[in-house]
Ligand binder design. Structure first.
Ligand code: ZN
Length: 178
């Protein structure tokens, strides 16, 4: 009993010396935090089948760009198609700007040495932009089309250019809205 009380007293002294509180230990990591921002951005997408978000972070852990997949500014969501099948001009592919491209275009900073958080592995067109912008690391949540040509080309380009990529496997954020 005496030992227990002694430990409790010492703990009390420690708490007082450290301002009365101990550090929270279940806080989210930087990776989860920035992926959470990308995840939230994806909720802005009007695409019925694929909502993608992106968040660019500089080496000082400051957010310098965010984006989601959508049509260009001034191009009506009500007049352009979101469908995936059919003649090219009747599909979204002719018109949509991907999340990564929007995030890169939205930035006001030099992206050299930055990293980009994306909810879906980047396609080859976005890989080109990522490389050219100076982004050095891609952190992605899902890789839905690993065997598609656009993903193979994307990996090929990033490998050649020295842009690294890794999947975020420990992600506990759930973005809900009503
Ligand atoms: Zn893309």
């Amino acid at each position: 009993m005496a030992i227990v009380i002694l430990i409790l007293m010492q703990l009390e002294i420690f708490k007082r010396n450290s301002g009365g509180f101990m550090k929270r230990t279940n806080y989210i990591s930087w990776d989860e935090y920035f992926m959470g921002v990308a995840d939230l951005s994806a909720k802005r997408s009007k695409d019925d089948t694929s909502q993608v978000g992106a968040c660019i972070v500089n080496p000082r852990n400051r957010i310098v760009g965010i984006g989601y997949n959508g049509f260009p500014i001034g191009c009506s969501d009500d007049e352009l198609p979101w469908q995936r099948e059919g003649a090219f001009l009747e599909t979204k592919y002719a018109y949509v700007v991907h999340a990564e491209a929007n995030a890169i275009l939205n930035t006001t900073s030099d992206l050299a040495g930055s990293r980009i958080y994306v909810t879906l592995f980047p396609c080859n067109e976005c890989a080109k932009l990522i490389i050219q912008s100076g982004i050095k690391e891609v952190i992605y949540l899902e890789d839905k089309y690993p065997n598609a040509d656009f993903t193979i080309a994307s990996r090929k380009l990033m490998d050649m250019a020295g842009v690294t990529y890794r999947q975020l496997t420990h992600y506990r954020i759930k973005v809900h809205y009503e």
